[in-house]
Design a protein. Structure first.
Lengths: 383, 189
């Protein structure tokens, strides 16, 4: 259930590094599933935090797209009790009154009543009313994050749902500045955000991808061949609202990118993941560029390659070294003694004769590693 | 939004369900969707609710006449302050809104906004909508008994009670003086 991603977020940052950052990208065709993926990751991370298994002591959710109650109810359904939620989850509510209009109109209605205080926050929800002020948003987030109780270093994780809504009120540079600052903030353990790719020009989601160490794309299960929601494609639309693909790219510390793929579907009020069988083969195939040449090797080609005698290679089987001069195939060269160069051969056979001639000792390196090998030494570390 | 369901046991009410906060109605020249807006307004007022209507397309007199034929007296509701009507005819743009209590219903003409530049508004509205109702012509062309088809996409948030309910609906409609009939394709004699 998106375990690799949740694990990375849970484990947090190493000393001297920035916090791991996950970008979740959704699209209109499967937006309920993208929303579900965000809810799932938030709930899973909150559970880990509550159980004391995470680096962070708490999770701060910066909620633009949904009412805070939606997150809390979802987490409750996932088994987080009121006590755990109070301890480990804080929601910065940018949904209810993002520009402060409600407060203004309430203040106008109650002009005589100065005793009323309209920013009372209930439980773990703090209403935020200045979404255009990104600097203030940053300080409100870190203030909430610093308020979690617990032992050890005061780490907290941050979820932003969503960047697309933030972009209605603030610019790309200011928001990417916010995310960078959060990532480099010494108390931030991990951060993840949602962006709806089709609401922006392509360069915008890419800009935010650059800030991330993991990208999870929620893609429609079935691609609609006729673009749009024309009434004729109702069945495709219905399917895409209940099922989607969850494609993750994880950047490892050694620089390699790990690809993971799962199916994602809605079941009742919950969201579930279905691990597809290992798709490293699929991924390998998809990495080979589609051109008109054949870039793969057939079995015969592979065995012929294995049989090629490389010049200067020590064959090590006690026989005289054959130097392949490239003009004929090796078996023919063996029969035609005039082609072998005895002088050179003798020198190699008697390397320490004292004559100061150059020598080449060639030891073939291990067989070429397949470029798309999914052997990953870090896999040993995964528990 | 419960009132929408209570107004009639028809396909549209069933498809819409309840608790939708934002409803976007899309239409085009071949299949005008304003009748959906009128129907929703009538149902909201008929069940004792209140509404604020932002009219950018027509003056009050037009809606008064239309709703009167549907059996709803807008002038009376306006006098009783159950309807707040805002005439914004000079507003550049082709959209009408009505806002009641905690729901927002928007009518937008898709063919005007579906070009590259303005697609943004359409996409944003579709994103924030809980419910998208789209009026479109029949692929077979004009007909006397069927005026078009309506597709209703009920996204259903995670707090929706009707989590298992059908999300996507498609049925035909025929406009009448006092409203509209909704029926599945082929069920009309």
């Amino acid at each position: 259930m998106a375990e690799a991603v949740v694990r990375c977020l849970r484990d947090g940052r190493l000393d001297g590094e920035h916090a791991p950052a996950l970008a979740v990208e959704g699209s209109l065709q499967c937006c309920p599933l993208a929303a579900g993926a965000m809810l799932h990751i938030a709930a899973a991370l909150a559970s880990q935090v509550a159980a004391g298994k995470a680096q962070a002591r708490g999770l701060v959710v910066v909620a633009f797209d949904r009412s805070p109650q939606v997150y809390l109810e979802f987490m409750r359904r996932r088994g987080l009790d009121a006590n755990a939620l109070d301890r480990c989850v804080r929601i910065l509510d940018c949904y209810s009154d993002p520009l402060g209009w409600k407060q203004k109109s309430q203040n106008q209605q109650h002009q005589g009543n100065s005793a009323k205080h309209f920013s009372t926050n209930k439980e773990n929800i703090t209403v935020y009313r200045s979404v255009k002020d990104v600097t203030k948003l940053m300080s409100s987030t870190t203030e909430l994050g610093g308020g979690f109780e617990g032992e050890g270093k005061k780490y907290f994780s941050v979820a932003v749902d969503s960047i697309s809504s933030m972009l209605r009120h603030a610019s790309v540079p200011s928001i990417s500045g916010l995310l960078s600052n959060l990532r480099s903030h010494e108390q931030v353990s991990s951060i993840f955000w949602m962006i709806h790719s089709d609401l922006h020009e392509p360069k915008v989601p890419r800009a935010f991808e650059c800030l991330s160490t993991m990208v999870a794309c929620v893609e429609p299960a079935l691609v609609d061949p006729i673009c749009g929601e024309s009434p004729g494609n109702m069945s495709i639309l219905e399917l895409n609202y209940s099922k989607a693909k969850f494609i993750v790219r994880l950047k490892r510390r050694n620089g390699r990118v790990k690809h993971l793929y799962e199916d994602l579907y809605i079941e009742g009020n919950d969201i579930k993941f279905d691990s597809a069988p290992s798709v490293s083969i699929e991924v390998n195939q998809s990495l080979v560029p589609k051109v008109q040449f054949n870039l793969e090797l057939s079995e015969k080609e592979r065995s012929d390659r294995a049989n090629v005698v490389l010049p200067f290679e020590h064959q090590g089987n006690g026989e005289p070294i054959r130097i392949y001069d490239g003009r004929r195939s090796l078996p023919e060269a063996q029969r035609d003694l005039s082609l072998t160069a005895p002088a050179l051969v003798d020198e190699i056979k008697a390397p320490k004769s004292g004559t100061a001639k150059g020598e080449i000792h060639y030891f073939r390196d291990s067989d070429d590693e397949q470029p798309d090998s999914d052997e990953d030494p870090d896999d040993d570390l995964d528990i | 939004m419960e009132e929408y369901g209570g107004g009639g046991g028809d396909l549209l009410s069933e498809a819409m369900g309840s608790a939708a906060r934002v409803v976007v109605v899309e239409d085009c020249v071949e299949a005008p969707g304003a009748f959906v807006l009128h129907l929703l307004l009538k149902r909201a007022l008929a069940s004792g609710g209140a509404a604020a209507f932002l009219a950018l397309a027509q003056p009050f007199s037009y809606y008064d006449r239309v709703l009167r034929k549907m059996g709803c007296n807008l002038s009376l509701h306006r006098r009783n302050e159950r309807l707040h009507f805002f005439e914004l005819l000079g507003f550049p743009g082709k959209a009408s809104f009505y806002y009641r209590n905690c729901s927002l219903v928007v009518l937008i003409h898709e063919d005007i906004y579906a070009d590259e530049e303005n697609m943004g508004l359409l996409l944003h509205l579709r994103y924030i909508a809980d419910l998208v109702i789209k009026a479109a012509p029949l692929s077979t062309g004009l007909a006397a008994d069927v005026h078009g088809q309506l597709s209703v996409v009920n996204k259903g948030t995670f707090s929706e009670q009707r989590a298992k309910a059908q999300k996507v609906w498609n049925f035909h409609f025929k406009g009448k003086e006092n409203g509209a009939d909704f029926f599945y394709p082929g069920t009309r004699h």
